[in-house]
Write a protein that binds this ligand. Sequence first.
Ligand code: DC
Length: 227
Amino acid sequence: MTEPVVIAIDGPSGAGKGAVTQHLAQRTGFQVLDSGALYRLTGFAARLDGLELSDAPSVAAVARGLNVRFVPAQSGHEPFEVMLRGVDVTDSIRTDQAGVDASTVAALPMVRAALGDRQQAFRQAPGLIADGRDMGTVVFKDALVKIFLTASAEIRAERRYNQLKNKDMDVSLAALLESIQARDARDSNRAVAPLKPAEDAVVIDSSGMPLEAVHEAIWAVVSKVVT
Ligand code: DC
């Protein structure tokens, strides 16, 4: 039996992968995997449990046992409400600190291994749009389409600043830029599954591109192979 097709959308933090993923999901009717949310949930749950984020075996056990549900949202900023252990953590896992914690636990090979099967389970008919850092290079190497969506760190920090402001979160642009640069460095330089374009990825730099133009550029690639 052939497996449902995968469209992999990888790239650094704040490049617009989430918006592109939702847009493609609407156009194709495919399932969605927000793999970053799984790393965010792991870091968040590990902190709730009072763990050191460097304690790989314990954090990996948290990742394996994550009790999480993604519920399609009726309203709000996010497409899904994220329920961890029965509690709504949709906004709590989107803070900058939760992103930093996610990136920290994501550098642990045991944690990446622990989340492997969970990510594969999202591959269901009629197909999957998988958003992350290593979707096309590691998790879904056989993805039908691989997009690497990027943008300059300055532009990504500015977009993130506007998103967080819209959610009434208290943030500084300079601090966000510093945090994005540190996160890029950690995600790109780790030994396992570093952030990099797959050899067969189409690289799109969205700096200076309006969102509509990004959607169309990506649809031009996807629609050639997905009907
Ligand atoms: O996409 P995001 O900002 O929600 O991801 C949060 C962190 O999780 C990111 O800085 C690195 C890590 N991550 C990863 O290592 N591999 C993935 N496939 C997705 C996210």
